[in-house]
Design a protein around this ligand. Structure first.
Ligand code: GLU
Length: 463
């Protein structure tokens, strides 16, 4: 046993500081949730004024309160046979529209506040799809980075040993999110089947061979592009064909946004990860990017310029804290597809100065409130996440339908339904904005339309 050479007072000082850090951690944890709630509630003011039922039924307080938060311990063994402990969560936020539905996120930044923010957004996003799905979110502070395949499997199995008690095809149907793709969903599903001996559609985003839907992997990114095309059409702006686009991120959403942009003849010139930005003026080599990020998990974007020396790599460290290289590149349309609050007010101003006319959010809440205000003030076509990235969860609903009917739809069928859904969402949001006197404001249009759908069900069902 070794002894620490400090006085008792110094030890007390140290412990007090550690406790203060812990308290501060919990204090900050919920900031992001209130950011999301405030954005929505301030923008539904026109609806609130037009109809006194929402105040009478105390909808604001009732909607901002999750139905329940399940928090559990996950114990698992790493490859060195050391015992590891993580925290797991499922925030079942609101099931007015249908069974709880929303992804699982595995990332060290996950805490109750982050999942409450994501769950709250999910209620409204799911309502916008017009499909019968309620809102939820879950996950863990587990960091998949650097873990072996075997460790991922052991963690997923341990996670499901707790989660299975709270989910069901008519109750709550989780899916993937950051850090959870079809590999993780497969391990989770395998454990569910072992425990329950049932093959139920309790998860979406499953691989094709175990009940997954064609086009689910592509759905969020493809949907983001379909939404943008619809928005530009409504706003009488030129289409994306032949236009320079900037995209952030290099995960599932970013890759499939880039893929669809290339398919329709646009020129996506960037992708990013936490370490840096790739800028390839000829258009990103999607096949190589997929190879780097999907097939060879965790490959660094720095490798991209080894194969493509004419492209540029800008390390994140070379950029000031409140601005990002990717948003300082000239473009017609921008697609933030990385994570929350990744696009700051400075970034928004840089985009506008460089001629950007359209911004569509692929990630959940990637623009800060200040950045959104700047976009709206400058009449930029701005597609907010809860409308623009709803394609993923819409196809999740199609997967649930296929599972329930024991049928399989073709890729073309799913893709056509996805496109129709994204166009419907966009037209509905634009029409709602017009109806409530905020024409062209897709943020208010989406918030008002979604809030109204959920609130009306809550009022009709009583307490
Ligand atoms: N995580 C995705 C989202 O943010 C998909 C959720 C789902 O398919 O349930 O919408």
């Amino acid at each position: 046993m070794s002894h620490i050479d400090i006085t008792l007072e110094e030890a007390h000082e140290y412990i007090k500081k550690e406790i203060e850090k812990e308290i501060e951690h919990y204090r900050c944890e919920h900031d992001i949730f209130f950011q999301a709630v405030e954005e929505v509630l301030l923008s539904i003011a026109p609806l609130y004024l037009a109809d006194d039922r929402y105040a009478k039924h105390n909808i604001i307080r009732r909607l901002a309160h999750p139905d329940r938060i399940i928090k559990f311990k996950i114990e698992w063994l790493n490859d060195k046979n050391e015992i590891r402990v993580n925290t797991g969560y499922r925030v079942q936020f609101n099931n007015s529209m249908g069974p709880y539905k929303g992804g699982l996120r595995f990332h060290p930044s996950v805490n109750e506040g982050v999942l409450k923010f994501l769950g709250f957004e999910q209620i409204l996003k799911n309502a916008l799809t017009g499909l019968p799905i309620g809102g939820a979110k879950g996950g863990s502070d587990f960091d998949p980075k650097g873990k072996s395949d075997f460790e991922i499997m052991k963690f997923c199995r341990a996670f499901m040993r707790e989660l299975h008690k709270y989910i069901g095809p008519r109750m709550d149907v989780p899916a993937g999110d950051i850090g959870v793709g079809s590999r993780e969903i497969s391990y989770l599903f395998g454990e569910y089947k072992k425990i329950t001996s049932t093959f139920d559609g309790i998860l979406t985003g499953k691989p094709l061979f175990s009940g997954g839907s064609l086009a689910r992997t592509e759905a969020t990114g493809y949907g983001v592009v379909y939404f943008t095309e619809a928005m530009l059409e409504i706003e009488n702006k030129e289409s994306l064909k032949g236009k320079i686009c900037t995209v952030s991120g290099a995960g599932n959403v970013a890759l499939h946004t880039i893929e669809k942009l290339l398919e329709i003849g646009a020129i996506p010139v960037t992708c990013t990860d936490s370490r840096g930005t790739v800028y390839d003026a000829r258009g990103v080599d999607i096949a190589y990017l997929k190879e780097l990020k999907f097939n060879r998990r965790g490959g660094s974007l720095e490798e991209y310029i080894v194969k493509h020396p004419e492209a540029t790599y800008i390390p994140a460290s070379e950029y000031p804290e409140d601005g990002h290289a990717v948003w300082n590149i000239e473009c017609y349309a921008a697609f933030p597809c990385s994570t929350q609050n990744e696009l700051t007010d400075l970034d928004a101003k840089n985009l506008i100065a460089n001629g950007c006319v359209s911004v569509t959010e692929g990630a959940n809440m990637p623009s800060t409130p200040e950045a959104i205000a700047t976009f709206l003030k400058n009449k930029i076509c701005f597609g907010p996440a809860k409308a623009a990235n709803a394609g993923g969860v819409a196809v999740s609903n199609f997967e649930m339908s296929q599972n329930a009917s024991m049928l399989k739809w073709s890729f073309e069928e799913v893709d056509a339904k996805l496109k129709e859904t994204m166009y419907d969402i966009c037209h509905n949001v634009a029409a709602t904005a017009k109806e409530y006197g905020v024409e062209g404001n897709y943020v208010d249009g989406a918030n008002i339309s979604a809030f109204k759908k959920v609130a009306d069900v809550m009022i009709s069902e009583g307490i």
